[in-house]
Design a protein around this ligand. Structure first.
Ligand code: C2E
Ligand code: MG
Ligand code: MG
Length: 689
C-alpha cells in the first residue's frame, strides 16, 4: 500500500509517458486511499477490542474472591499496556492523517503539473544527464511535428541546428553547475525540415544527495516573433519602396569602409551620389504611382548595372563580387553607391560612366516609354577622409555641381566645391529667414519708348535689404529659385508691384497705361498653379491684365518648348503680356518663337553694351530686331548705357530701351518724382537724335 503511494511520490514531476491512463490516476489514488483507510480502521478496531477485552478482564478479575496480589499486579500491567496501546492508536491515527494530507497535496501538485505540461503551448522536456529524453510534453508534436515515438528514438541534440549545438551543451552544463541555465535561443529542425527558433531555460533536477540527475527544459517557439523582429530590423535599415538599404545602413557601411581604410593606409573607396534628372517633373506629370514604379525600376536597373559594372571595373583586382548592400536609396530620387577598395579615382569614374551609359534604354511603365538621365557626384574616401556623413555630403555637393553643369554627367568632389557649398548653405538659411522677416523690396527700372521718349513702364527688380546693406539679385535669385523660396518671395513682390502700379496709374493716367514687367524664374514657371495665382492676384488688385508683362528667360522657354508653349498660352489667356528675357543668351530656334504667344523680345545686355563698339554685336542686335519684327514682336533693349547705343537702337527700329542711360532701378518713393520730371526731359533726348 505505502509502496504504491511512494512510487507516485518519488517522481511527482515525471508523469507517465502513456498519456490516457494518467487521466484516471487521481481516481486510482482515491481508491487506494480509501482501501488504506479501511485497513487502518480494521487495525484500530482490533486493537481497541483487544484493549477493551484486557481492561474488562482485569476489572472483572478484581471483583472475584480469588483476588490476590499476583492478579492485582497483572491487572495494573494490563491496564498500563492498554493505555499504551490506546496512545499508540491515537498517535498512529494522527500520523496517518498527516501522511494522507501530504499525499493529497503531492497528488494535487502532480495533477497540476500534468495539466500544465499537457496543455502548455511551451514545450517541456525532461532529459537525463546524457541528454536522453525522459519526457516530452504534447506541445512538441504540435510545434515541431514529431510524435512521442520519434522523439524517444532520438537524442535531444539530434534536431538542434549544428551551429547552435555547442551553445546548448554549454547552457546545459551551466545549468547543472548553478541550478539554473541562462535564457537561450537556438534553432531546432521541424519535421518538415524548416528551422524553428526556440527560447529555452533549463532547471536542474537533483537527487536526495544533491547531485544533478537531469534537467527540466522549457522551450518556447519564438519563430514568429523572431521573424517579426527581423522584419522590423530590416525595415529600419531598408527603403520601403525599393528594398534597398537606406541612409542609416549606407552610412554605417561607409563608416566601416572608412575604418578599414584607416587601418590599411593606402586603401581607397568611393561614394557615388546618383540623382535622377527632372524626376519631380515625371512625378508631377505622370502621377505618384508611376513615379514610384519608376523608382523601383531605377533601383533594380541600378542594382543590376552596378553589380555588373562594379565587378567589371575591378576585375583586375580579383575582388570578390560586391554585395547589393553597397547600393542604397537615400530617399526621393537619390541613390548612392559605395565602391570599396578601389585602386585609383579613375575606377570610380569608370563605374559612374558605365552607370550613366545604362540609362540610354527607356523604362516602360503602364505602356509609357520614359527616358531618364542621371547626374552623379563622386567623393573619394581615403584613410584620412572625413566621416561617413561628410563623404556623403561631398558626393551630394559634386552631384549638384554636375546638375548645374548641364545634368546627365558626373563630377568628382574637390575642396573648392565644399567652401562654395558652405557659403551656399549659409545663404539658403539666411534667405529663409529673410522671407520670414520680409526683407525683400522691389526697385523699379523704367522702360522707355524710343519713339516718344516717355516711360512706358517699369521692370520690378528685387533688392534684399539686409542690416549690413543691400544685396543684389544676382547673388540670391538662383539659390532662391533652386530652394523654391522664390515662390513666396515673388508672390509678395508681384502683388506689391501691381499695387504700386495701380497707384501710379491714378496719378499718371498715360495712354497707353504704364506697364509693370516682372521676372519669372524656372521654379515659378514650373508651378502648375502659376496662371491661376496670377489671375487671382490681378482680380484682387484690380489691375488691368494688359498692364502686367511677364518676363521669362529664353533658357526656360527653350528648355522644354512643348511645356513652355502650354504654360505660355495659359498665361496669355489671362490677358497679360509676355516677353522673352535675356534674348540671345540661349540657343533659340527662332522658328520656335512663333509658336509661343509672346509680345516682346528683350535683347540681352551683353549685346547692347557692346553694340556701339563691336560691329558683330551691332549686327546681332540688328538681326534680332529684324527677326522679331518679322514675327510681329516688339523689341526692348536691355542695359542701354550710352547715348550712342540709344541712337543706334532707334535707327534699327527698336521700340523700347531700358538701362542706366535712362535710370538705374530706384526705390518706390522716388518713382513719382521720376515720372514727373522724366517725361519731359527724356522726350528731348529721344526726339533730338
Ligand atoms: P534681368 O531681368 O535681365 O534684369 C535686368 C538686370 O540688368 C537688372 O539687374 C538691372 O539692374 C540690370 N541693368 C539694367 N540696366 C543696366 C545697365 O544699363 N547696365 C548694367 N550694367 N546693368 C543694368 P539686377 O537687378 O541685378 O537683376 C538681375 C537679374 O535678377 C534680373 O535680370 C532678373 O533675371 C533677376 N531678378 C531680379 N529681380 C527679380 C525678381 O523680383 N524676380 C525674379 N524672378 N527675378 C529677378
Ligand atoms: Mg528681366
Ligand atoms: Mg534681362
Amino acid at each position: 500500500m505505502t509502496e504504491k503511494g511512494h512510487a507516485s511520490l518519488k517522481e511527482p514531476y515525471l508523469p507517465q509517458v502513456d498519456h490516457s491512463p494518467r487521466k484516471s490516476a487521481w481516481r486510482r489514488f482515491r481508491q487506494i486511499e480509501s482501501r488504506e483507510w479501511w485497513l487502518w480502521a480494521f487495525a484500530v478496531a482490533v486493537t481497541l477490542i483487544l484493549t477493551a477485552g484486557i481492561i474488562s478482564l482485569t476489572i472483572f478479575q478484581r471483583e472475584t474472591a480469588a483476588y490476590s496480589a499476583y492478579w492485582s499486579d497483572l491487572n495494573d500491567w494490563a491496564r498500563g499496556l492498554a493505555a499504551l496501546v490506546l496512545l499508540f492508536d491515537v498517535y498512529t491515527m494522527y500520523q496517518q492523517l498527516q501522511l494522507q494530507r501530504i499525499r493529497r497535496q503531492l497528488a494535487h501538485r502532480n495533477q497540476l503539473f500534468e495539466l500544465i505540461t499537457e496543455n502548455a503551448a511551451d514545450m517541456i522536456a525532461v532529459v537525463d544527464n546524457n541528454g536522453q529524453r525522459l519526457y516530452n510534453s504534447p506541445a512538441y508534436e504540435k510545434v515541431l511535428g514529431y510524435s512521442e515515438e520519434e522523439l524517444k528514438s532520438t537524442s535531444s541534440l539530434d534536431q538542434i541546428h549544428p551551429d547552435d549545438q555547442q551553445k546548448v551543451l554549454n547552457a546545459a552544463e551551466q545549468a547543472r553547475g548553478t541550478g539554473r541555465g541562462q535564457r537561450l535561443e537556438y534553432r531546432m529542425r521541424h519535421k518538415d525540415q524548416s528551422w524553428r527558433t526556440l527560447e529555452s531555460t533549463a532547471s536542474v533536477i537533483r537527487n536526495t544527495k544533491g547531485e544533478a540527475e537531469g534537467l527540466v527544459i522549457v522551450n518556447r517557439d519564438i519563430t514568429e516573433r523572431k521573424r517579426a523582429e527581423e522584419l522590423l530590423a530590416h525595415n529600419a535599415l531598408h527603403d520601403g519602396l525599393t528594398d534597398l538599404p537606406n541612409r542609416a545602413l549606407f552610412t554605417d557601411r561607409v563608416q566601416r569602409a572608412s575604418l578599414r581604410a584607416r587601418r590599411s593606409s593606402g586603401s581607397q573607396f568611393a561614394v557615388l551620389f546618383i540623382d535622377v534628372d527632372g524626376f519631380k517633373v515625371f512625378n508631377d506629370s505622370l502621377g505618384h504611382s508611376i513615379g514610384d514604379e519608376l523608382l523601383i525600376q531605377i533601383g533594380s536597373r541600378l542594382a543590376a548595372s552596378f553589380r555588373q559594372t562594379d565587378t567589371i571595373s575591378r576585375a583586375s583586382l580579383n575582388d570578390s563580387p560586391t554585395s547589393d548592400d553597397t547600393l542604397a536609396r537615400l530617399g526621393g530620387d537619390e541613390f548612392t553607391v559605395l565602391l570599396e577598395e578601389i585602386r585609383e579615382p579613375s575606377d570610380a569614374i569608370r563605374v559612374a560612366q558605365r552607370i550613366q551609359e545604362k540609362w540610354a534604354a527607356p523604362f516602360f511603365i503602364n505602356g509609357q516609354e520614359i527616358v531618364i538621365t542621371t547626374s552623379i557626384g563622386i567623393a573619394l574616401g581615403t584613410s584620412t577622409s572625413a566621416d561617413a556623413e561628410g563623404l556623403l555630403r561631398d558626393a551630394e555637393i559634386a552631384m549638384y555641381r554636375a546638375k548645374r553643369a548641364g545634368k546627365s554627367r558626373f563630377e568628382v568632389f574637390d575642396p573648392a566645391m565644399h567652401s562654395n557649398a558652405v557659403r551656399r548653405l549659409r545663404l539658403e538659411t539666411d534667405l529663409r529667414k529673410a522671407v520670414e522677416l520680409g526683407e525683400f523690396t522691389a526697385h523699379y527700372q523704367p522702360i522707355v519708348s524710343l519713339q516718344t521718349g516717355k516711360i512706358t513702364g517699369f521692370e520690378a527688380l528685387t533688392r534684399w535689404q539686409r542690416p549690413e546693406g543691400i544685396v543684389m539679385p544676382g547673388e540670391f535669385i538662383s539659390v532662391a529659385d533652386e530652394t523654391g523660396l522664390i515662390i513666396p518671395m515673388n508672390r509678395l513682390l508681384m502683388r506689391q508691384s501691381c499695387e504700386h502700379l495701380r497707384s501710379w496709374h491714378s496719378q499718371f493716367p498715360t495712354k497707353p497705361l504704364l506697364t509693370m514687367s516682372v521676372n519669372i524664374t524656372p521654379k515659378q514657371f514650373a508651378l502648375p498653379e502659376l496662371a491661376s495665382e496670377i489671375g487671382l492676384m490681378l482680380e484682387q488688385t484690380g489691375l488691368d491684365p494688359a498692364c502686367l508683362q511677364l518676363e521669362i528667360m529664353e533658357t526656360i522657354v527653350m528648355g522644354d518648348p512643348d511645356n513652355a508653349a502650354r504654360v505660355l498660352s495659359q498665361l496669355k489667356a489671362l490677358g497679360v503680356r509676355l516677353g522673352i528675357d535675356d534674348f540671345g543668351t540661349g540657343y533659340s530656334s527662332l522658328s520656335r518663337l512663333q509658336h509661343f504667344r509672346v509680345d516682346t523680345l528683350k535683347i540681352d545686355r551683353a549685346f547692347i553694351s557692346k553694340m556701339d563698339t563691336d560691329a558683330e554685336s551691332h549686327e546681332i542686335v540688328r538681326l534680332i530686331i529684324m527677326l522679331a519684327h518679322n514675327l510681329g514682336l516688339k523689341v526692348v533693349a536691355e542695359g542701354t548705357e550710352t547715348e550712342e547705343q540709344v541712337n543706334q537702337l532707334k535707327q534699327l527700329g527698336c521700340e523700347m530701351a531700358q538701362g542706366y542711360f535712362f535710370s538705374k532701378p530706384i526705390a518706390t518713393d522716388s518713382i513719382v518724382k521720376l515720372l514727373s520730371s522724366f517725361q519731359s526731359a527724356m522726350k528731348a533726348v529721344a526726339s533730338g537724335a
